[in-house]
Design a protein around this ligand. Structure first.
Ligand code: XMP
Length: 512
């Protein structure tokens, strides 16, 4: 099915995944690769275009990323963005100047020459710049096709080939091109057939799963999150009753989690979901533990123990399906390269190799938004699909210090009120992630005529694209007052509601 693909070479730009998503939005499959792959292009079949990303490096100071001759000998179109354009220009001996000040932010671009890449765009439009080095003059075989008000060259084309460089970032929405630049590259220049559609993805995945699994049994750890739910849905479609999903209640789930999962899959005939209430063992093992990493480790280990016990009950199980998605794959590939930049998550789903099960990852090539579309197309209900992410260790990262059953119960109630109100006031879908955090401290309150001491909770709501950086969501004040009043009135153990307005970085989204 992936007859045609675009390769996105990642030089470390914060926008690389965004470039890849923009390509996919244009119904074209793409892969994000580390720079060394460009030296061995023969390893990749059916490549219809190559995009070189931006990055934090400077071509004037760094030779590590020199482009190979063979990149330009083939007739594959190339688009270099920012650092990518400078790499192309450097390869062809253009003059590049290390600027004393960077060009950053909005700029007015003036198109100087008609080319396919700017097809359908007006002569001037606003673009988003972010660069230090500048290309200041070009060799004869190159044309300058656009510039901003500044002195440097903003877009170039190799005269006799479909090789383009643009200094600004067409992948971000601050560039007001209506998505045309990337679309022009993919459709007009690379001639994509546009076959990467939800229906095609599902059809080809089903064939692939059937061919791989044959009549073996498959097990899957279902968490209620989007990824494992969609993996379950597509596997069910492919192998029907040979799939068994195991849903483990670790005592750290949100209110009514099990019911929400049941509801999400209500249209799936005969899907086998085994619900295991293991909350007792999890909470017992967490007793007295306050150190965050230790809490995570205990939860991870306990999950493995419980999962192993349950999976042994399923006869002839040869496959373990996991909801790994493409950003996980890219990040682990990049992590070996730039480990310091990557945040590692201690996912509870990690299972030991001695389980002797072969791994099946049907969503390995998909971004989250594609996974969501697939889920809807496969018939999972919208509410489950559009839920905010929920971390593997669950409420353990939202209860500071020791995790206790009573704390988890109080937090569940408060969080449920917050989330319900977000739905009622149509705010839920405007927020990337919202939840409540429990603090094991007591603060004074007045109830009736007496003083009382109750716990403190904090509301957290953020907006983010990639969860690597995040901004606090700006609530209308009357909404906050309503949440606070309702939590304090309806959850007697709570005397005070706070709001977390920290950005990430330096704060994280979860409190741990
Ligand atoms: P932080 O707190 O690091 O979280 O800013 C970023 C995003 O990751 C989620 N998160 C996790 N997800 N397993 C997960 O599956 C984990 O152990 C885990 N820890 C944090 C967090 O909810 C947020 O969306």
């Amino acid at each position: 099915m992936q007859e045609e693909r675009i390769l996105v070479i990642d030089y470390g730009s914060q926008y690389t995944q965004l470039i890849a998503r923009r390509v996919r939005e244009n119904k074209t499959f793409c892969e994000v690769l580390q720079p060394d792959n460009i030296q061995n292009l023969e390893n990749f079949n059916n490549v219809i275009g190559i995009i070189l990303s931006g990055g934090p490096n400077s071509v004037s100071q760094n030779n590590e990323y020199d482009l190979p001759d063979q990149l330009f000998l083939k007739d594959i179109p190339v688009l270099g963005i920012c650092f990518g354009m400078q790499l192309i220009c450097k390869k062809f001996n253009s003059k590049i100047k290390k600027s004393s000040s960077s060009e950053y932010g909005k700029a007015k671009l003036k198109v100087k020459k008609n080319t396919e890449i700017f097809n359908g765009l007006s002569e001037t439009f606003e673009v988003w710049m972010s660069h230090g080095d500048s290309v200041v003059s070009l060799p004869d075989n190159f044309s300058e096709i656009a510039s901003t008000n500044s002195e440097s060259i903003s877009a170039v084309k190799l005269n006799d080939k479909e090789v383009y460089g643009i200094q600004f970032h067409p992948e971000v929405t601050h560039t007001l091109d209506d998505g045309k630049i990337i679309s022009n590259f993919i459709h007009r220049i690379c001639d994509s057939k546009g076959l990467w559609t939800t229906k095609n993805i599902i059809d080809s995945q089903i064939i692939k799963i059937k061919d791989t699994v044959k009549s073996d049994n498959v097990i899957l750890g279902l968490s209620g999150g989007v990824d494992s739910s969609v993996a379950a849905a597509i596997l069910h479609e492919a192998v029907k009753e040979n799939l068994t999903c195991i849903f483990i209640d670790n005592g750290l789930l949100r209110l009514n989690e099990k019911e929400q999962v049941q509801d999400g899959f209500k249209d799936f005939k005969n899907i086998k979901i085994i619900y295991v209430d293991a909350s007792k063992v999890f909470l017992e093992r967490l007793e007295g533990i306050t150190e965050p990493e230790e809490k995570r480790k205990i939860i991870g280990k306990t999950f493995i123990d419980v999962f192993q016990t349950e999976s042994k009950k399923i006869k002839n199980a040869k496959w373990l399906a996991q909801g790994t998605i493409y950003p996980d794959v890219i990040e682990s590939a990049a992590a070996s390269d730039k480990a310091h930049l990557i945040k590692s998550h201690h996912n509870v789903g990690g299972l030991p190799e001695n389980m002797e099960l072969k791994i099946l990852e049907p969503l390995r090539e998909l971004f989250k938004d594609e996974v969501r579309k697939l889920g809807l197309e496969l018939g999972i209900n919208k509410k489950l699909i559009n839920r905010h992410p929920f971390p593997g260790p669950g409420l353990a990262v939202r209860i500071l210090g020791e995790v206790r059953q009573d704390y988890a119960d109080i937090l569940r109630q408060a969080d449920n009120i917050f989330i319900q109100l977000l739905h009622e006031k149509d705010l839920y879908d405007k927020i990337s992630q919202a939840f409540t955090v429990f603090m094991p401290v007591k603060s004074v309150g007045v109830t009736g005529d007496g003083r009382s001491y109750g716990n403190v909770v904090s509301l957290r709501a953020v907006k983010t694209i990639d969860f690597m950086t995040a901004k606090p969501f700006e609530f209308p004040f009357n909404f906050l007052e309503e949440v606070s009043t309702r939590i304090i009135n309806e959850v007697p153990e709570i005397s005070r509601v706070c709001l977390d307005i920290s950005s990430k970085p330096p704060a994280t989204i979860e409190w741990e």
